[in-house]
Design a protein around this ligand. Structure first.
Ligand SMILES: Nc1nc2c(ncn2[C@@H]2O[C@H](COP(=O)(O)OP(=O)(O)OP(=O)(O)O)[C@@H](O)[C@H]2O)c(=O)[nH]1
Ligand SMILES: [Mg+2]
Length: 475
């Protein structure tokens, strides 16, 4: 993508493809208004370019705007009845002239309007190109651009809160603050080298040491926050496993709050793995319901068992369902061995049928370590709140999640922070070794550049491309 020029006027359908109430074709660039003039006939007869900024106008997209305006059955000239919004630079999403055409939803009118816009000289936008222009034109920094993507993609309330704060520039401010502190130290170090005899009052080695250590602690705090930040942004992948008929699919349906998966009293009901997203206690949980793990000769069921094991390998959290009705069996023993190395919650289901104690004791013996147990009945809806709590506890366990929203949620940011920390550590080491100020200043300069990668001040074109490729067209 990046051979693109900011001189082009770009256009795209900005709403999801499919039937809907309205759909929007968006244009941005120098020609946005002149293109609108060519294809839009306003009811009031005025040209789009004659209107002030942030105004909306009723009219028609027409093949020939010189033709009669009012629609009629004979008028084949009309493509769609629309509301057109004029937004003039610089107070727009991209800082360029922007025109948005609200068409009727549905792929045919949207495509036709887009085709007309393109035939008048606009170019089809690349994925994320509107947001990229907002970045390249200096309206937002890279963190804010990525936050736009997070706002669109987030699946939980907390994820949205954090993305919105990043969009407002919260994280950017913290980074600017850290950068200023590093700059300040660098200036002092360089002045020591450049003006040794001018009697300037510069930081002593001890002062520099204290300041660098404070920055180091801040950086470490941010890096640590990524443990929970990643969970908020990307969610957790979990897999439900257990022997046939234990209630795995019933659990899946309960967590999704819908009858998504077939539940029957026949063992071996679920053959294929079924994946869905659920919001469990504010965490975005990718849940996979799997075939019951058992010795079987049925080739379809056998394949299902192989897949179950693959999903277990890939998951962050295993929800192991046992059946109080049957008690702890050899099949359960076998499953314990398969999942032993994973993060597991043991769920004893069907406690309406039988006392779960035997299952609990046998499983605990078999795991040989303390793992969380929950005893439930999916049929009678018993202890389901305890189950949700056990899941959220297992997810947050050991993670430094407080109610702090100024945290790292993006792996790219974390990598840059880690590199910054490496250079700060290098500077501290040089300082301790009594090396010269200019050597320490070089490390600090590298630290500043690494921080600049996060906000996009110092980042390669290639890295930039990789970021915007994740966006959808029209954003
Ligand atoms: N008594 C009782 N029955 C339950 C409970 N939970 C599920 N069941 C029943 O157990 C049977 C199996 O439930 P499923 O959810 O299909 O079990 P599964 O583990 O997905 O089974 P497979 O897909 O065949 O491996 C169904 O008849 C459910 O209604 C419970 O808490 N108590
Ligand atoms: Mg099932």
């Amino acid at each position: 993508m990046l051979r693109i020029s900011l001189d082009d006027t770009i256009a795209a359908i900005a709403t999801p493809i499919g039937e809907g109430g309205i759909g929007i074709v968006r244009l941005s660039g120098k020609q946005a208004l002149s293109i609108a003039d060519e294809i839009f006939a306003s009811k009031d007869g005025k040209k789009a370019s004659g209107h002030g900024t942030h105004t909306t106008h009723y009219g028609w997209i027409m093949k020939d705007t010189a033709e009669p305006r009012e629609p009629s059955t004979e008028n084949r000239n009309i493509i769609d009845e629309v509301i057109l919004t004029v937004m003039r630079a610089p107070k727009t999403y991209t800082k360029e002239d922007v025109v948005e055409i609200n068409c009727h939803g549905g792929i045919v009118p949207l495509k036709k309007v887009l085709e007309m816009v393109l035939s008048c000289g606009a170019r089809l936008a690349e994925p994320g190109e509107f947001t990229k222009r907002a970045f390249l034109n200096g309206r937002i920094d890279l963190i804010q651009a990525e936050a736009v993507l997070d706002v669109v993609k987030t699946k939980t309330r907390k994820g949205l809160d954090i993305a919105l704060l990043q969009l407002e520039g919260n994280l950017s401010k913290s980074i600017a603050d850290l950068k200023n502190k590093l700059m300040d130290i660098k200036v002092h170090l360089e002045a020591t080298v450049d003006f040794p005899d001018e009697g300037l009052s510069l930081y002593s080695a001890k002062e520099t040491f204290v300041k660098l250590n404070a920055i180091k602690a801040d950086l470490e705090g941010f890096i640590k926050s990524f443990d929970s930040g990643r969970i908020i942004r990307e969610g957790i992948s979990s897999v439900i496993c257990g022997k046939p008929n234990a209630g795995k699919s019933s659990l899946m349906n309960e967590l999704l709050n819908e009858e998504r998966v077939i539940v029957t009293p026949i063992p071996g009901t679920t053959r294929d793995a079924i994946c869905e997203y659920a919001n469990v206690g504010g965490i975005s949980l990718n849940i996979v319901d799997t075939a019951g793990i058992t010795e079987t000769k049925d080739p379809v069921e056998k394949e299902g068992v192989i897949r179950s094991r693959l999903w277990i390998d890939k998951s962050d959290l295993v929800l192991f369902v046992m059946d109080a009705g049957t008690g702890f069996t050899d099949e359960d023993k076998h499953i314990c061995d398969v999942i032993k190395q994973k993060e597991v919650i043991c769920i004893v289901n069907k406690i309406d049928l039988n006392n779960p104690l035997a299952c609990r004791e046998e499983a605990r013996k078999h795991f040989g370590k303390d793992i969380p147990f929950v005893e439930i009945s999916l049929l009678k809806k018993m202890n389901l709140d305890i189950l949700i709590k056990a899941i959220t506890d297992a997810v947050w366990k050991g993670k430094a999640f407080a109610n702090d929203y100024n945290i790292l949620t993006n792996a790219r940011h974390k990598d840059s922070f880690s590199r910054t920390l490496d250079f700060v550590n290098e500077a501290i080491l040089s300082l301790n070794k009594g090396q010269s100020e200019d050597i320490i200043a070089i490390s600090i300069n590298e630290a500043i550049l690494s921080l600049g990668e996060v906000t996009g001040e110092s980042i390669s074109q290639e890295a930039l491309n990789r970021i915007f490729e994740q966006f959808c067209v029209g954003k």
